[in-house]
Ligand binder design. Structure first.
Ligand code: THU
Length: 145
């Protein structure tokens, strides 16, 4: 989507959906809860939370949970994602996506037309393009030449 199309109402709705999802974060090891709400081009919203594991490495981040829920239902085109997170689910800081999640975004999203909304509350949020948080990224385009 174009930046002008990402209204405050859309942002606040995505943030609300992410905050609602936060209690489902399964975090018995880090106690760091993260949740995301991913807006698909068709208007549907896919939520996700982080899901940890006793063996640690199988842990899924909230963002990837949301992406994989959507892709597993045949939805592969996206406009924006809202992300919230904090220790014990307390939203003190903004929670930027990890490098692996940025790479997953690069697989499915346009670097200039996909927006990452980092929120501390419905009132306090920052908006970045994928290009801003993943400059000079490797994407499917690199394989098509
Ligand atoms: N985490 C996410 O869910 N998303 C991120 O982008 C950063 C990290 C999770 C993974 C782990 O369960 C916890 O936060 C601490 O790293």
């Amino acid at each position: 989507m174009r930046r002008e199309e990402l209204t405050e109402e859309i942002c606040k709705n995505l943030i609300e959906r992410a905050i609602e999802t936060l209690p489902y974060a399964y975090t018995p090891y880090s106690h760091f809860k993260v949740a995301a709400a991913l807006l698909a081009e068709n208007g549907k919203i896919y939520t996700g939370c982080n899901i940890e594991n006793a063996s640690y490495t199988p842990t899924s981040c909230a963002e990837r949970t949301a992406f994989f829920k959507a892709v597993s239902e045949g939805i592969c085109h996206f406009d924006a994602i809202a992300i919230v997170g904090g220790k014990e689910g307390v939203l003190e800081q903004f929670c930027p996506p990890c490098g692996v999640c940025r790479q997953v975004m690069a697989e499915f999203c346009h670097p200039k037309k996909f927006f990452i909304i980092l929120a501390r509350s419905k009132e306090e949020f920052q908006i970045y393009t994928l290009e801003e948080i993943l400059p000079f990224g490797f994407s499917p385009e690199n394989l098509s030449n």
